[in-house]
Write a protein that binds this ligand. Structure first.
Ligand code: AMP
Length: 440
């Protein structure tokens, strides 16, 4: 379902102070608590109803593993999160005027050349924002994916002959959500297994429930076949050499809408591609947050930067069948759906990675659950839900990225109701593209 009451950001409204959802990070907030399981046992018509697990999910537990990276070590100084974080409210109260060509100082584009009114002089905050962005881009151009990798890490690569159901168990046991694929018959890199592949398998099962026996025998090399069968777009895996600048890796992520890309080296001796690791949006942004002190110069609030999504928000409630949410994730190519109560207050977020726990062991009965029931299957190392307001500044968002395991922030209004979503893709896009089109 769509949140029809979510308003687009109103740039003319006067700035307001953020109301905290959680008074202090250490105090329990509504979002920190595991929502009570739905009493509804409603399941999709004609399908079996799944049983409700009593093992509660534990949002905001200490992140002991980094599911995002596919390995366990981390050299970027990640602080464990001890609770749901609320980004501190912004104190910036400037009026809304988006400067043109704020980053580059190249020749005037036709758009600026023909404008009749002189551009507004840049304020100190504008200039600092430009300098901060320049510093981040300069940093990304001289650092490579190798720099982002931990000094020591474990890389898990799946042979394409592995059964899909076994791959799920291995991901869960290792606390990871993706793995490069290797075709041992041809000794070649065969792509990246991600949650999108499992979403495809689920869609296939949903369309062909009678083929459960066959689905049980699916191996990872059947994934392309499944894509074709359900009419999913066939997307080539984008990869990058680990010695290429991070800036290039981020550009590739942006153009392909990939949230992670494999790092592929070429072995001169064997003349074969070698999988080195996987680089993710999360890891790159954390690396920037930890290492680029100029992120502190980004003093503009989300509202002014127009960062994030504020319209056509995909939402659900605890009683929504989890399959409806899975369809939303696929149809809109998004990685999460906020879960609202009847007043529109955000009480949880269903993430695409949550489907892994739902179909572990190749058992598909849990797809009959409601969202509330499905969320109880979530792993104990769930990082928690992070919230902010449209008045939060980018520097404080970077502070949160530096300190915590954040994959997105849910933008709330002063009453804890959903206003928008700020995903890592939105931050990445801003960092790379802001001002680019105007100035080259
Ligand atoms: P993500 O899936 O988090 O990488 O986000 C991809 C894009 O979709 C970003 O521009 C997000 O702001 C937007 N987005 C993420 N989740 C939702 C949602 N539930 N409804 C609408 N837009 C979303």
């Amino acid at each position: 379902m769509s949140a029809g009451d979510s308003q687009p950001v109103d740039s003319s409204a006067p700035p307001q102070r953020q109301q905290q959802v959680s008074a202090k990070p250490s105090e329990p907030s509504p979002l920190k608590q595991t929502p009570p399981p739905s009493s509804s046992t409603s399941a999709a018509a004609g399908r079996r109803s799944g049983s409700l697990s009593s093992s509660g999910s534990g949002p905001a537990s200490l992140p002991t593993r980094d599911r995002d990276a596919g390995h366990h070590a981390d050299n970027v100084g990640v602080q464990p999160s001890t609770g749901i974080q609320v980004v501190q409210p912004s104190t910036f109260l400037g009026s809304y005027v988006r400067p043109r060509a704020i980053v580059t100082e190249g020749p005037m584009t036709p758009a600026t050349a023909t404008q009749t009114t002189p551009p507004r002089p840049l304020s100190l905050v504008d200039r600092e924002q430009i300098e901060g962005l320049r510093a981040i881009r300069a940093f990304l151009k001289v650092r490579t994916s190798y720099d982002v990798l931990p000094l020591s890490f474990r890389l898990i690569v799946f042979d394409t002959a592995l059964l899909v159901k076994k791959s799920l168990n291995i991901l869960i046991q290792n606390g990871i959500v993706s793995a490069p694929l290797w075709d041992s018959r041809t000794s070649t890199f065969a792509g990246l297994l991600t949650t999108s592949d499992y979403l495809n398998v689920i869609q296939y099962y949903w369309q062909n429930p009678d083929e459960l026996k066959r689905i049980d025998q699916f191996r990872l090399d059947s994934l392309r076949e499944i894509e074709k069968a359900i009419g999913a777009p066939q997307i080539e895996t984008v990869s990058i050499h680990p010695e290429k600048p991070l800036y290039e890796a981020m550009r590739k992520m942006l153009t392909s809408r990939a949230r992670r890309i494999p790092l592929i080296d070429f072995d001169d001796e064997t003349k074969r591609a070698t999988v080195v690791s996987v680089v993710t949006q999360y890891r790159i942004l954390k690396f920037v947050a930890v290492n680029v002190k100029e992120t502190q110069m980004l003093k503009k609030p989300l509202k002014e930067l127009r960062m994030g999504s504020y319209t056509d928000l995909q939402t659900a409630n605890m009683d929504t069948p989890v399959m409806d949410v899975i369809h939303m994730l696929v149809k809109k190519n998004i990685s999460s759906v906020p879960i609202l109560d009847k007043d529109g207050t955000v009480i949880n977020v269903f993430e695409s990675v949550d489907v892994i726990a739902l179909i572990k062991g190749g058992i598909y009965e849990d797809l009959d659950l409601t969202v509330g029931e499905a969320l109880l299957k979530r792993s104990d190392d769930f990082a928690g839900i992070y919230t902010c307001s449209i008045w939060d500044r980018l520097d404080t968002i970077f502070d949160t990225l530096r300190k915590s395991r954040v994959h997105r922030l849910v933008v709330l209004d002063e009453n804890g109701r959903l206003k928008g979503i700020l995903s890592l893709s939105d931050i990445l896009e801003y960092i790379l593209l802001e001002g680019e089109s105007e100035g080259g």
